[in-house]
Design a protein around this ligand. Structure first.
Ligand SMILES: Cc1cc2nc3c(=O)[nH]c(=O)nc-3n(C[C@H](O)[C@H](O)[C@H](O)COP(=O)(O)OP(=O)(O)OC[C@H]3O[C@@H](n4cnc5c(N)ncnc54)[C@H](O)[C@@H]3O)c2cc1C
Length: 302
């Protein structure tokens, strides 16, 4: 099939509701590709990595898919919400790691067009580690109807073949916490729980660069000084992002202290599954993830 730029012109479809989308999917029998902002697809076509499809199904006209709202202790973000809208939204501000991850994606002009859903479905987007530590759930339109799956289980489905490329991501759901019980500023002694949030992206240059490694920590220290909750994730490059449950267990229920940083760094080296390429070896990626996460813990304790 001719690649983008060869003169081949895909037919573009803009379904106005989920019913029309479902009919289109059935009619086009896999000879299509979904598009949201098109920012990643464009680079793939231009680089000859992916052939231009016969049909493009543009998802942006579907009703409600760009809305952000709170519902039943969850923040719901429509999959077609643009990255810059997420970055500026006051409800999304309750999830600072997500906004921080978005701020270091590409340039403002790209974030104006690119969507959160596209970032997730790419499987390698820089928002994924942040969403993993917030226990994000994904709502999909499948051929069996609407289905909710955790982001973690969807990611692993890419490896064991359970992921269906014909599914449409409709919304992202983030469990909301009772913020009254939390003291976010680590600088204060407070009778409340303290929330620790840390996101870092390491690229080959400071800005406008694909990631080599991304890491996120989201934890809570109880009034007794012990970790009550701990979520840690690492990813980056074209590797699959993952939660690090052994690292989380290492800290959970222990007294929070700077001394844990070094142990965490070596545990990350053992647990984080990643890869090497021409830009960075597997060992470099593991060590960097360990060092970044240890630095995050150290920062939180100081
Ligand atoms: C110059 C440049 C710099 C970039 N820098 C970064 C960066 O630093 N970090 C980063 O993470 N990304 C980066 N990207 C990649 C890209 O911009 C982002 O991942 C973006 O969020 C993708 O969103 P999109 O809406 O443009 O996706 P699209 O390109 O429209 O789609 C991406 C993929 O997801 C599928 N898809 C999209 N939405 C859905 C849906 N709702 N349901 C099912 N499938 C769907 C598409 O079929 C396609 O396979 C960069 C891109 C460019 C061009």
């Amino acid at each position: 099939m001719p690649a983008y730029g060869s003169g081949a012109m895909p037919t573009v479809w803009q379904p106005q509701d989920l019913h029309e989308l479902s009919e289109l999917r059935n009619r086009l029998q896999g000879r299509y590709c979904f598009t949201a902002g098109g920012t990643l697809l464009r680079t793939q076509w231009e680089g000859g990595l992916v052939a231009s499809p016969e049909h493009l199904i543009c998802l942006s006209e579907l009703p409600g898919v760009s809305d952000i709202y709170a519902e039943e202790q969850q923040l719901v973000i429509g999959a077609l919400t643009r990255l810059n809208s997420c970055e500026a939204d006051t409800l999304v501000a309750q999830f600072p790691l997500l906004q921080e991850a978005i701020r270091v994606i590409a340039a403002p002009s790209i974030r104006n067009v690119a969507t959160l859903g596209g970032n997730i479905v790419s499987g390698v987007g820089d928002t994924i580690t942040a969403l993993l530590v917030y226990d994000a759930q994904l709502c999909w339109m499948t051929d069996r109807g609407m289905e909710i799956r955790s982001l973690a289980s969807w990611l692993s489905g890419g490896q064991d073949g359970r992921r269906n490329p014909e599914d449409v991501l409709v919304s992202i759901h983030l469990p909301m916490q009772d913020k009254d019980s939390l003291e976010v500023d680590m600088g204060h002694h407070s009778p409340h729980m303290k929330e620790i949030s840390y996101y870092r992206k390491l690229g080959r240059r400071e800005t406008f660069s694909a990631s080599l490694v991304t890491v996120s920590i989201h934890g809570e220290i109880g009034v007794d000084g012990r970790w009550k909750r701990m979520a840690i994730a690492a990813g980056g490059g074209s590797g699959m992002a993952m939660r690090l449950p052994l690292c989380e267990q290492l800290l959970l229920d222990e007294v929070a202290s700077v001394g844990q940083a070094a142990v965490l760094a070596s545990m990350v080296m053992n647990e984080f599954v990643t890869y090497g390429d021409a830009f960075a070896s597997e060992r470099y990626r593991k060590q960097t993830a360990g060092n970044l996460l240890a630095a995050g813990l150290w920062e939180a304790m100081n």
